[in-house]
Write a protein that binds this ligand. Structure first.
Ligand SMILES: Cc1ncc(COP(=O)(O)O)c(C=O)c1O
Length: 441
């Protein structure tokens, strides 16, 4: 190469959710008898959540009705009628919404929206991330910023709610922060935020002239008596707001690759409006995002069976999550919060219970040798070491909390397993693995 092309900023990007899959693959090559239970990724399809029949019918009807159009490009920013539906939908929750369809941008999955969004900020400007954070946001933000993200704490001793005092301290300490990211319901913690919490965040954004970015990909998946408070309503007419939503989770259609951004309150601040024009231009460069889901999207959410179907899924998630929390909550050394939305849980280790001598038995000699070498890597976080041992010893694949830029050691699991026998077995085995590991040294 004429110049160095390896980009050292790549070291700021992490996606622990998938990185552990490489370890599982290597173990399987060494010992073909592994039968992994993949609790690393929130893919409802992989966990047997059915695609509703009405969605399949809508697809057939749309292909018949729209014909070959569904195979073509849509408008670069998204099918106009679908963006207009998004505007009308926003008004159902926030009647005074002034959202304009020209400020709704469709992307090929929400991941693509996240990747398009951060690079459009001027160099040096930062969006504060929650910690633990969803790694796509934190990685994209850090890569753009050229250094680790600036974080505000989510508080495990307060049901994983944002620590608003810490948020304000960090805003004051970092004048380069121009916005705050909120993920609600939260991945990886499963927390749901109250209207009062959202109000307090909006007040901070007002006080320090910040924009809010609200990842709401799980907003329909709330239970345990919680209700979803709409930030669009709380923030209406008050602060620049970017809402991110998608089809991957509640429908569920993760392979459809359909996400979108809504830019609310653009007229409040000409600088924000100019920034949004930049994001629009960036999305224009993509030519168009996946077409078919955009054709059927309004029909899905307005389908007479949708609400009932969603309520039954949420009831099942509530039951699963509470059963898992009960088993893991009884394990000495772990701190567990219930899952109240989305389908993740992040049990934490109590301070000081992990060390770098602990182990679990691994039956196969080659697999054990591979794992011992892997965990000997300098600087490996203690919770990653734990997750590797659990994987190699039990076949249960969880993601270490350090993979979510977490300051606390722990792990994230999904609450998606629909098979009660397997679920009971998985979490009983995980509970005894924690006990055995902590007691081993
Ligand atoms: C909080 C959050 N945002 C965005 C995404 C990405 O979703 P998509 O499948 O639409 O790219 C995910 C996926 O797990 C997520 O958990």
């Amino acid at each position: 190469m004429r110049q160095i092309v390896a980009n050292e900023k790549v070291s700021l990007m992490h996606y622990g959710i998938r990185e552990i899959v490489d370890v599982a693959q290597k173990l399987k090559e060494l010992d073909g008898s592994y039968n992994f239970v993949m609790e690393n990724i929130g893919d409802p399809i992989a966990k047997s959540w059915e695609v509703p029949k009405f969605l399949k019918e809508l697809i057939h009807e749309e292909v018949d009705k729209a014909g070959d159009k569904v195979f073509g490009y849509t408008h670069s920013r998204g099918k106009v009628e679908t963006r207009q539906w998004v505007v009308e939908y926003a008004k159902r929750f926030s009647p005074s919404s002034t959202l304009d369809y020209e400020y709704v941008l469709f992307t090929s999955g929400l991941g693509a929206a996240i990747s398009a969004f951060y690079p459009m900020l001027p160099a040096g400007m930062r969006i504060m991330q929650p910690t633990p954070s969803y790694p796509t946001h934190a990685s994209a933000e850090a890569f753009h910023g050229g250094s680790m993200s600036i974080f505000y704490n989510l508080d495990p001793d307060n049901d994983w709610q944002p620590d608003l005092g810490h948020m304000e301290e960090q805003i004051q300490a970092h004048p380069e922060v121009v916005g705050l990211l909120i993920i609600n319901p939260n991945n990886p913690t499963g927390a749901v935020y109250s209207k009062e919490t959202l109000e307090a965040i909006v007040q901070l954004a007002e006080k320090y002239s910040l924009m809010l970015i609200s990842d709401e990909v799980y907003f329909r998946m709330v239970y345990n008596g919680y209700e979803y408070a709409q930030l669009t309503e709380v923030a209406q007419g008050r602060v620049p707001l970017v809402v991110m939503r998608g089809l991957s989770k509640d429908v569920p259609w993760p392979g459809g690759r359909c996400g979108w951004m809504e830019f609310h309150n653009v007229d409040l601040d000409p600088d924000f409006k100019a920034f949004v024009e930049g994001v629009k231009k960036r999305v224009l460069m993509e030519v168009c995002s996946v077409s078919l889901p955009q054709f059927v999207l309004p029909g899905i959410y307005d389908h007479p069976e949708y609400e009932g179907w969603l309520a039954s899924n949420n009831a099942e998630l509530e039951q699963n999550g509470n059963a898992i929390a009960e088993v893991l909550g009884g394990v000495k050394g772990l701190k567990v919060n219930r899952t109240n939305g989305a389908f993740y849980m992040m049990p934490l280790f109590e301070e000081g219970v992990l060390n770098d001598k602990q182990t679990l038995p691994i039956a196969n000699d080659d697999a054990r040798a591979f794992l011992e070498k892997a965990v000997a890597k300098e600087g490996m976080p203690l919770d990653q070491r734990f997750a590797y041992y659990v994987l190699a010893s039990t076949g249960i694949c969880i993601v270490p909390a350090s993979g979510f830029f977490s300051p606390h050691a722990g792990f994230r699991l999904t609450t998606l397993d629909r098979d009660p026998v397997r679920r009971k077995d998985t979490y009983a085995r995980l509970a005894s693995a924690v006990e055995e590991y902590l007691g081993s040294a």
